[in-house]
Design a protein around this ligand. Structure first.
Ligand code: ADP
Ligand code: MG
Ligand code: MG
Length: 208
């Protein structure tokens, strides 16, 4: 069962993880982009944590909605509006709920994913965050459908995201800055797919 307290734990863990992985994500982006993805994610989630310190959210959806607005305001680039849309539609899916079960969480991830697809118009295989998120959310829906609990569901999702992340290495980028490189984008892991993998892994670690 997901609670407000666990939601806050997840967001704070993301603050910690993106601070820890700032250099790594930026290095990945320096290979096929403009060397700022780690800086962007760290700036965004530091601001999310600062907002949590300033004002305790009253519900799961309020915490996630505030996260969306902070990310849209502070991250910039391609990933800011994409992650912002993700958290906004994720929050809407959990509106009015004091707690959430695995099926609710899977539906919320699905809603967030749809928002990214709608805004970014990318597809699986384009070498973006979708290559980690799509297989992960598909796995969540299957496991939630089988009545699995949240940790089991997220365990499967993180495994699927990890495989999706690895598959970006051999892909040619079709969206975002990396697409300017064409074939030369091959051989490099996508930074956004990497940050999406961390997003899921942090949920698994804080929602046990
Ligand atoms: P920018 O490219 O503007 O500097 P970031 O470096 O923060 O932004 O984010 C780059 C990441 O955004 C990419 O690695 C990719 O995963 C993701 N991305 C870019 N364009 C799209 C898109 N249209 N749909 C989904 N993800 C995208
Ligand atoms: Mg960049
Ligand atoms: Mg940039």
């Amino acid at each position: 069962m997901l609670t407000l307290e666990m939601t806050e734990k997840w967001l704070r863990e993301l603050g910690r993880v993106y601070a820890e992985q700032k250099e790594y994500l930026t290095r990945l982006d320096s290979e096929i982009g403009d060397a700022d993805h780690g800086i962007n994610m760290n700036r965004g989630f530091s601001a999310v944590c600062a907002e949590l310190d300033k004002q305790s959210p009253s519900s799961i959806s309020a915490a996630l909605k505030s996260t969306a607005f902070v990310l849209i305001r502070t991250v910039g680039g391609a990933s800011g509006p994409l992650y912002g849309s993700f958290f906004l539609d994720f929050s809407k899916a959990l509106d009015g709920k004091d707690t959430a079960e695995s099926a609710d969480v899977a539906a919320a991830f699905q809603a967030g994913l749809e928002a990214i697809k709608k805004r970014g118009k990318a597809h699986v295989g384009d070498k973006t965050m979708l290559d980690a998120l799509v297989p992960a959310v598909e796995k969540m829906e299957v496991l939630a459908g089988e009545g699995k609990d949240i940790p089991t569901m997220l365990g499967g999702a993180v495994e699927a995201a990890e495989a999706g992340l690895a598959s970006t290495i051999e892909m040619v980028a079709k969206k975002g800055r990396a697409s300017y490189l064409g074939e030369r984008s091959k051989g490099h892991q996508d930074p956004g797919a990497t940050s999406s993998y961390y997003l899921l892994k942090a949920a698994l670690e804080t929602w046990k």
